[in-house]
Ligand binder design. Structure first.
Ligand code: COA
Length: 564
């Protein structure tokens, strides 16, 4: 079928559905919800069999839903209505939640139900649940709904909402989310912050400043007067609640010089004098079991600053010094890595200098992984990876990915950034020259099936994150205990030596950095403009032609509509 996505932005769920539907042979095109006229034009150009709205903030224009079947992916159970569904579900401590695919009509979220899927709720942030449980449920419900729709008259009719217990819940406002530090216990504070993470955050007051709170974790030992900042650890501050304390990793000072999310200790740099350093918010964690070292790096949003890369390099070197046989780079639960930390770069006195430091710090880490001759190294992707993060993962000997993980192995959306992380060595080495070109030129999200066929990923298993982690442990243990372990290690070292003799790793780095220097310091400001737009979340005024296929074809053939 020809399926047109109408989206507020091409977010992770839209990317995943795009990949799933295309892999099933559907022709998928995407249009951003910019204004009604643009949407109507897109529909006229593409002539879709079906319109799908996986992530839309406004109603679809009546002229469209009256003439075309439009499916809305609603992040709530059947009968639930309103724009803050998942936020309410987290705040109210729902044990089960779900996704419903309904047909657009004149009542917001009130259309006939084509499919729905349920999932157990986890104590986690809204964005984490959205990227994991909700996304898996949405894929299952959308595929069911699309299959049913494709059957046409043969399909069972969608279920009307008449007779269903309907619950319309309003948009959550900051006053509904506000924390009362004197009264709210740790559990309540966590729920409030998690229900608003990543967007819009909880507005609060700290040291007399209005700040938005994100990235909360429980603290189990520290105590203090409610609301007091009692400790700091890495990027986070620890704040006492009515019965305990919570860590807050990130803050946004919307009225400040840098009105975007930054590490809490950076935003409060001038106010934390005398606040003691304590353990409790660790970003990097090392666990060892049966000859395998597991390095977890839980960096918020998968962004890796210079400091984080340096700390990870140090932790990696320590892991290498251990008497183990395999090192598994576990990344974080939601993201493996999204490359350089664009927010910290944007906030730096010289973004060009900070970009330079950051890319060099990632490169140092990538080089250490590539040149590891003492261990076999695995990257285990529980979550998505983007840009430099994908190539950093490929620096390991093996890349294992959870089914459903989405990779964005390109830098082009960041102002045609050339990229580094030794990608010019790694891509031809693992993917071959032909695929390397295909990967670096395409700007599309990639699923694990395609990533495997192109050599970016070596094994794909389990769609649930906990199952993936368990299987990773079993596989890594088997690798460490394999009869042919020594042979595998010797082969990889021989291959590395041969590659080094052919062209030193340093030469790849120098060539890449020469291009990056121009991106950072050259006449063309594209990278700086793209980074600014990304960090400040400047809305797009048109859909990129890479995903708006109807427009690409229309541009090439202005006289004829697609499908005409
Ligand atoms: N630096 C800082 N923040 C980043 C980031 C980065 N490299 N990559 C992602 N984020 C943040 C986003 O701003 C967003 O923040 P929010 O919590 O305020 O919403 C959050 O992570 C999730 O990202 P989002 O873009 O909404 O996720 P997605 O799944 O839709 O898209 C990517 C994933 C990787 C395609 C997209 O985030 C991206 O292009 N990131 C930039 C990658 C990059 O160019 N890195 C630098 C070159 S190495």
């Amino acid at each position: 079928m020809r399926i047109l996505f109408l989206v507020h932005s091409f977010n992770s769920l839209s990317q995943r559905l795009f990949v799933e539907l295309r892999s099933r042979g559907h022709l998928v095109s995407v249009e951003f919800d910019i204004n009604d006229a643009t949407t109507i034009e897109a529909v006229d150009l593409f002539r879709p069999d079906l319109i799908l709205a996986p992530f839309l903030k406004r109603a679809i224009p009546e002229t469209i839903w009256r003439r075309h079947a439009c499916f809305i992916v609603h992040p709530g159970v059947p009968g639930d209505r309103g724009p803050s569904s998942l936020d309410h579900a987290i705040l109210e401590g729902e044990r089960q939640w779900g996704v419903t695919v309904l047909q657009a009509n004149g009542v917001m979220d009130g259309g006939d139900i084509w499919a729905h899927a349920a999932f157990p709720m986890r104590r986690a942030s809204k964005s984490s649940i959205y990227r994991n449980e909700l996304t898996e449920a949405a894929v299952s419900a959308v595929l069911q709904a699309v299959e049913a729709f494709a059957l046409g008259k043969e399909a069972p009719a969608p279920r009307s909402q008449a007779g269903l217990a309907v619950r319309v819940r309003p948009l959550l406002r900051q006053r509904d989310r506000a924390i009362d530090w004197d009264k709210d216990d740790t559990d309540t504070v966590l729920r409030k912050i998690r229900a608003a993470d990543g967007v819009p955050g909880v507005r609060d007051s700290l040291f007399g400043r209005e700040l938005y709170l994100y990235d909360a974790r429980p603290e189990f030992r520290l105590r203090g007067a409610p609301g007091e900042v009692v400790a700091r650890c890495g990027p986070a501050i620890c704040r006492a609640t009515a019965n305990g304390a919570v860590w807050i990793g990130h803050l946004c000072d919307r009225r400040g010089e840098h009105p975007f999310k930054l590490p809490a200790t950076q935003v409060l740099a001038g106010e934390l004098e005398g606040v003691p350093e304590r353990r409790g918010y660790e970003e990097i964690r090392y666990v060892e079991e049966f000859g395998v070292g597991y390095l977890h790096f839980e960096f918020y949003n998968g962004a890796m600053s210079t400091r984080q890369c340096e700390l990870l390099l140090q932790a990696y070197r320590e892991a290498r010094s251990r008497d183990t046989r395999v090192i598994v780079l576990m990344g974080g639960a939601d993201f493996w890595s999204n490359g350089m930390h664009l927010n910290i770069i944007e906030a730096a006195d010289s973004p060009a200098d900070e970009s330079w430091r950051n890319i060099n710090a990632i490169n140092d880490l990538a080089r250490e992984i590539i040149t590891t001759d003492s261990h076999l190294v695995v990257s285990a992707l529980q979550g998505n990876a983007g840009a430099g993060g994908v190539f950093l993962a490929r620096a390991a000997d093996y890349v294992w990915a959870r089914e459903g993980v989405i990779l964005n192995p390109h830098y082009k959306d960041m102002g045609n950034l050339y990229g580094s992380e030794y990608w010019t060595y790694l891509l031809p080495r693992y993917a071959g020259h032909l695929s390397a070109r295909q990967i670096s030129q395409a700007r599309l999200p990639m699923g694990t099936v395609e990533a495997s066929s192109l050599g970016l990923v070596d094994a794909v298993f389990d769609s649930a994150r906990s199952a993936f982690v368990q299987s990773t442990v079993v596989r890594a243990g088997m690798l460490a205990g394999a009869d042919n372990y020594q042979r595998l290690l010797a082969e990889k070292n021989a291959r590395r030596s041969a590659d080094e003799a052919e062209k030193p790793l340093e030469a790849y780095r120098e060539e890449e950095l020469e291009k990056m220097r121009i991106n950072f310091y050259g006449f063309d400001p594209s990278y700086h403009v793209a980074r600014y737009n990304f960090v400040y979340k400047v809305p797009r005024s048109r859909t990129p032609l890479t995903i708006a296929r109807h427009r690409a074809v229309a541009d090439a053939e202005p006289a004829r509509s697609v499908g005409a």
